[in-house]
Write a protein of this length. Structure first.
Length: 183
């Protein structure tokens, strides 16, 4: 038996409500030797944790239903504080990135991200001082986008409450979110 055959396999839990994307990620990680399970919601995450003890997780920030990916991060780390978690989102913002890291995620990636990006993020679980600092001021659109996502995170991704707090119509907020979505 080769030495690599005796090494324990990483156990990866993918929390993603886009079934096609979750299936693609799962297959790719399985080809890399990971034992993979998938959950599409916080409820399914809880069900998976009854019989599966992941060492790593990939969590989509915006899930269908009431619980956000941030709630999943909290649940996973309550189960195992040493777990490496990468948060993926099509709705990237500074506010949600900060919250994900404060909750204990090791990295935060904007979609589209592939298996190589995610593996690299798991490898960069420690912070670094080598990140280049930019001197470019933020645009008004960027500031608006970040404020929207800050309030979204504060409200648990409740669109109606976010619109109320921002003083805008719910449909206007929904259009802004659809317009800025990263696919």
């Amino acid at each position: 038996m080769a030495p690599e055959d005796t090494a324990p396999r990483e156990r990866l839990l993918i929390v993603e409500d886009d079934a096609a994307f979750a299936r693609t990620l799962a297959r790719s990680f399985e080809r890399r030797g990971h034992e993979v399970r998938v959950a599409a919601s916080h409820e399914q995450l809880l069900e998976q944790l009854l019989s599966f003890a992941p060492t790593r997780a990939v969590v989509d920030l915006k899930l269908q239903g009431e619980a956000s990916g941030l709630a999943c991060v909290r649940t996973l780390l309550a189960r195992d504080s040493s777990m490496l978690i990468v948060v993926l989102t099509g709705f990237a913002s500074i506010a949600t990135a900060v919250e994900a890291i404060k909750l204990g995620a090791c990295h935060y990636l904007a979609k589209p991200s592939n298996t190589d990006d995610i593996e690299a993020a798991f490898g960069r679980a420690e912070g670094t001082t080598e990140v280049a600092l930019t001197n470019r001021p933020s645009s008004i659109k960027t500031l608006e986008w970040e404020r929207i996502h800050q309030v979204l995170a504060e409200t648990g991704f409740n669109i109606s409450e976010t619109a109320r707090r921002l003083g805008m119509h719910r449909r206007t907020l929904a259009r802004k979110l659809d317009k800025q979505q990263v696919k």
